[in-house]
Design a protein around this ligand. Structure first.
Ligand SMILES: [Zn+2]
Length: 238
């Protein structure tokens, strides 16, 4: 067994509280978890803009955190960027993850979708995914806490994307997933493949806070398409 993740990685991104601790920026990452691990500190992060003032972020070190994905538990390097204008610094998380969650977002999403479909209990789902059942329980608890806000946000985003209203055929947690699916599909129609997979999309539109401790803020300020920031795809910037 490797050195198991210490508590410290939990405290480095998306910490709630003080104004000096901004949310992480989630960037679209085309690397697989193993390729991201292999890149180490050389991981290439597209230049990002400051969410507060739109200034360009300059490289500003980084930190290690753990990532658990299929057949893999490794440390990954998270770059930080510092705004050239307002000087705030931000953690630049790949959309492979959520802030403060050890597991790859794809794995988390699969677990939630299975639970929402209600065909399996938490323990079989956890076994299927190869994670502790208490972990899946925590995901589900947080997801339920966020589901109403998530449904509202995703529905609004879907409407913003193509102007048509959204008809949901379910309620509760399933409706939140259905709304996410609608927003994702419309985003794909509008932006094409670069939208990426649905769970990576979920991470980006929630600023990595989709399962955060705080239900009031994660989806705020994302009513448009600012989660598709041009800097993520256009050139290297300064
Ligand atoms: Zn700034």
């Amino acid at each position: 067994m490797k050195n198991w993740p210490s508590r410290s990685w939990l405290d480095q991104e998306g910490r709630k509280g003080g104004a000096s601790t901004p949310l992480a920026i989630i960037w679209p990452c085309t690397l697989s978890p193993s390729s991201y691990v292999a890149a180490g500190k050389d991981v290439v992060v597209p230049t990002q803009q400051c969410p507060q003032c739109l200034g360009w972020l300059m490289r500003w070190g980084g930190y290690w955190r753990w990532l658990r994905a299929s057949l893999l538990v490794e440390r990954i390097w998270i770059r930080r960027g510092r705004c050239s204008v307002c000087r705030r610094s931000h953690a630049l998380l790949p959309d492979l993850v959520l802030a403060r969650r050890l597991d790859e977002v794809e794995v988390i999403g699969q677990g939630l979708a299975l639970k929402a479909a209600d065909v399996r209990g938490l323990r079989p789902i956890a076994e299927h995914l190869g994670v502790p059942h208490t972990t899946v329980r925590t995901w589900w608890r947080r997801f339920r806490m966020h589901s109403s806000m998530m449904r509202t946000h995703c529905t609004a985003l879907a409407v913003t994307l193509d102007g048509n209203h959204v008809m949901l055929s379910t309620t509760g947690e399933r409706a939140a997933l259905e709304a996410l699916g609608a927003a994702w599909q419309r985003a794909e129609v509008r932006f094409g493949e670069r939208v990426g997979r649905v769970w990576a999309f979920w991470s980006r539109i929630s600023s990595g806070q989709a399962l955060g401790a705080n239900t009031t803020s994660p989806w705020a300020g994302k009513s448009g398409v600012d989660w598709m920031v041009p800097s993520a795809f256009g050139g290297s910037g300064p």
